[in-house]
Every structure is written in C-alpha cells, then in structure tokens.
Write a protein that binds this ligand. Structure first.
Ligand code: HEM
Length: 410
C-alpha cells in the first residue's frame, strides 16, 4: 500500500465532497482491512472494510457496543459532542444508541409499526403519491430530481406514518438535513442557526407528544410517545431522540438511494432498458440499488473487552468503525463489485446493516424504490445527467443535494 492511502483520514468530510473514495476503500480492504485511523481530535479508530469482519462485529453487540454512554453509533463520541452540536441536554438517547436488553424492547414495539405487512394498503398509497409527483415532472426538460421526487417521496411516506399534514414535508426536509449535516456549511450555517432549527423542531415535537398522549392514534408518533421501556412511560427527551432517529433514518437514506440509482441508470442505459423490458427485475433489483448506493457509509461500535478482529488485536474501549460502503464492494462476496447490475442475484448487502441494529425500515424503503422505478419504467426511456450533482460534505451520509437531469419520454 502507498504511504498516501495509509495516511488518508477516513473521518475527514472533505474526502467525500467530490466522490466516494472507492479506490481508497478497495486498497484498504486488500492491504489493511482492519486499519488504524488516527484522529487529530480524538483517540483514533479501527476502520473495517471487509464484509466478513463487519458481519462478525455487528452480530456481537455484547462485545461491540452501540450505547451512548460508550460513545454511540457515530465516529465522534455522542456523549461528549452530542448529535446536533446544540441544545443536547434536551435530547434523549435514540434507540440506535442503546444496547440489548433494553434495545430489544424498543425493537419489539417499533418493528411491527413499520412493517409493510401491518400497514394495510400502504403500497397503493405510495403508488398514488409517486404518480402525482412523477406527473409533475416535465419530460424532455432540464429538471432537478431531488426536490421533484427523491426528497418528497420518502417524506410523504413519513407524513403518513406519523399522521402529519403532507405540507410538512419541507419542514421535515430542512430539519433532518440540519440534524445529519454537522460538517456541511449548507446545512449548519452557524451554532445560532442550528439552535433556531432545533427550537423549531422542539416546539413541533412537544405539541405532537402532548397531542398524541391526550388523543392516541394508530401512528408512529403515538407509539413513540406512549411506549413503555422497563415498565416506565417514555419521557419527552426519549421521544425527541427517537423522532429524530426515525425521521433522519427513513428519509436521508431512501432519498439518496433514489438519487444514486437514477445516476446509475443514466450511466448504464442498457440496465434501464433491461428494467423496461422486464419490470419484474425490480423485485430483486432494489437490493442492488441499495448495495450500490450505500447511503449510510458507516456505523461505529465500541469494544467492551480486549479482542481480535481480522487477526488484529483490538483493545477494550477502542472505537470500531464499520464501513458498509466498502463491504458492499467486497469482491469476495460481490463479483465485479463496482458494476451496477440490476440482474445481480443473491444480494446479502450491508447497506441496511446486519445483526441487532439492522434497519427496521428496509422493506418500506425497498417498496418505495420498486414503486418509483416501476412507474418511471412505464414513461421514461432514458435518464441523462446534465451536471455532476453537488454532494453532502459528510463522512456519514452518501448524499446528493441536487440531481440535474433530463428524462426522455418513451
Ligand atoms: C434505503 C433506505 C435505508 C437505508 C440505507 C438505511 C440504513 C440503515 C442502517 C445501515 C441501519 C443500521 C444501524 C446500525 O448498524 O447501527 C439502520 C437502522 C435503522 N433504520 Fe434504516 N435505512 C433505510 C431506511 C429506513 C426507513 C424507511 C426507516 C423507517 C421507516 C428506517 C429506520 C431505521 C431505524 C429506526 C434504525 C435503528 C434500528 C436499531 O438501532 O435497531 N430506515 N438503517
């Protein structure tokens, strides 16, 4: 390996501004798959890039903790830095930063609430909303697909899940961008601006919490406001933390899967032709979309005891960062891994994580991708990218801020 790659700091958000550094990840996976990444402002972390190592760590939450008190699920320590960089004291711990057995209690409540099987008729309603959005896209003209489709579709689904007015989707969009955008100057203009955003969100969440407790409904906000953990009703702080988790987790991710997949079809028109000729390909194809996009680039754990991963000694207290985006391009699991192949079979990707914290919304996300590309396949013969998209400045979300394209009718 070149000294250059060894010394690259995977935490540096500038590394992701032009493109995902797949060549760096490839080299690390080949030459130093359990790599020590020093930090200028922290103790350093282990960077895992191999599929099998990440699966091993994810499936052992007793040894590799996600808990807030041990630092949480981000590279930085949540219990020191906080998730939003402003007003932390008011925000409770989201269940993504909780370990079993308490974590398992949360999952039991939440899994059924976001399972498509329990959400009667949701696919039809997603289809209706998607048709209405796509109807408004002028074919043959330059358009930005983020505000027209990638952003509103998942947020309108969330409005249904939380029983919120659909007009709220733009507020949710700005709030969640601010929550994940700690390194992006477009999303975090200043601590004061973040404070103001958090204030708006807290006013909204407080009212929602009180209303749903007074008049419970069937929606996810009611569930998060009224659930009991360890036999105690959840406090407003926990509601707030879990609302942020659900809103960010469902929207930043599905949005970017939609956007990246449109760029993949623009780059590989023959793949789009295949979908149009055989729409059934979308059934498995949605897995390839999330594998190839990997909108959540990593998650972090903390070692609870001295151990060994991939032959390297890990010490108690070390941070272990699992680069899902690298594991999803592991050639020992996915032949020709950089190729976007809508016909690829048997895709057990790590884009949704695996093990204890595996994504609760994966089926809902896949459904939205299937429905959106199914409708587009009936109307659009080609996607043409008109300019390179502007990317998030983030080591966490593989995000596109805009997507200037032309969709050709056919
Ligand atoms: C393509 C879309 C999506 C991607 C790529 C994605 C990715 C992920 C990943 C990687 C994790 C694992 C966290 C870990 O390992 O610690 C996760 C967890 C989670 N996701 Fe998703 N997600 C998506 C869609 C959704 C949707 C639609 C929802 C809600 C309806 C959702 C809600 C959550 C929640 C609540 C968790 C925390 C689960 C836990 O800690 O037990 N996600 N997601």
């Amino acid at each position: 390996m070149t000294t250059n790659t060894l010394s690259i700091d995977l935490k540096n958000p500038d590394l992701y501004v032009d493109a995902v550094p797949h060549a760096v990840f490839d080299q690390l996976r080949r030459d130093d798959p359990v790599h020590w990444n020093p930090e200028s402002d922290g103790p350093g972390f282990w960077a895992l890039t191999r599929y099998e190592d990440i699966v091993e760590v994810s499936r052992n939450p007793a040894l590799f903790s996600s808990a807030y008190e041990n630092g949480g699920h981000r590279i930085f320590n949540e219990n020191e830095v906080g998730l939003t960089g402003a007003g932390e004291a008011a925000i409770g711990i989201p269940f993504i930063s909780v370990d079993p057995p308490v974590h398992t209690q949360y999952r039991k409540f939440i899994m059924p609430a976001v399972s498509p099987g329990r959400l009667a008729g949701i696919e039809g309603r997603i289809r209706e909303r998607c048709l209405a959005l796509i109807d408004k896209i002028p074919l043959g003209e330059a358009v930005d697909m983020v505000p027209l489709l990638s952003a509103p579709l998942p947020l309108l689904t969330l409005c249904e899940l939380f029983d919120l007015p659909t007009a709220m989707w733009t507020d949710l969009y700005h709030w969640t961008n601010a929550f994940v955008g700690e390194d992006d100057p477009d999303f975090r203009q200043s601590p004061e601006a973040m404070m103001a955003t958090l204030g708006e969100f807290m006013t909204f969440a407080r009212e929602l919490f009180d209303t749903r407790r007074a008049n419970p409904g069937e929606d996810l906000a009611t569930l998060l406001a009224t659930m009991e953990v360890n036999g105690e009703p959840v406090a407003f702080r926990e509601f707030l933390g879990n609302m942020i988790l659900a809103l960010v987790g469902a929207n930043e991710t599905t949005r970017n899967s939609l956007s990246h997949t449109m760029t993949a079809f623009a780059a590989h028109p023959e793949q789009w032709d295949a979908v149009r000729a055989e729409p059934e390909l979308l059934r498995n194809g949605v897995r390839e979309m999330v594998r190839h996009a990997s909108p959540v680039m990593h998650m972090r754990r903390t070692a609870m005891a001295d151990t060994v991963v991939g032959g390297r000694p890990i010490r108690k207290g070390d941070k272990v960062v699992m680069w899902y985006i690298a594991a999803n391009r592991d050639e020992s699991v996915f032949p020709d891994p950089h190729r976007f192949d809508i016909r690829r079979g048997n895709i057990q990707h790590l884009g949704f994580g695996t093990g204890q914290h595996v994504c609760v919304g994966s089926r809902l996300a896949e459904m939205q991708l299937r429905v959106a590309f199914g409708i587009l396949a009936e109307r659009v013969s080609q996607f043409t990218l008109l300019a390179p998209p502007r990317r998030f400045r983030s080591n966490f979300i593989n995000g596109l801020k805009n997507l200037d394209m032309r969709l050709t009718a056919g």
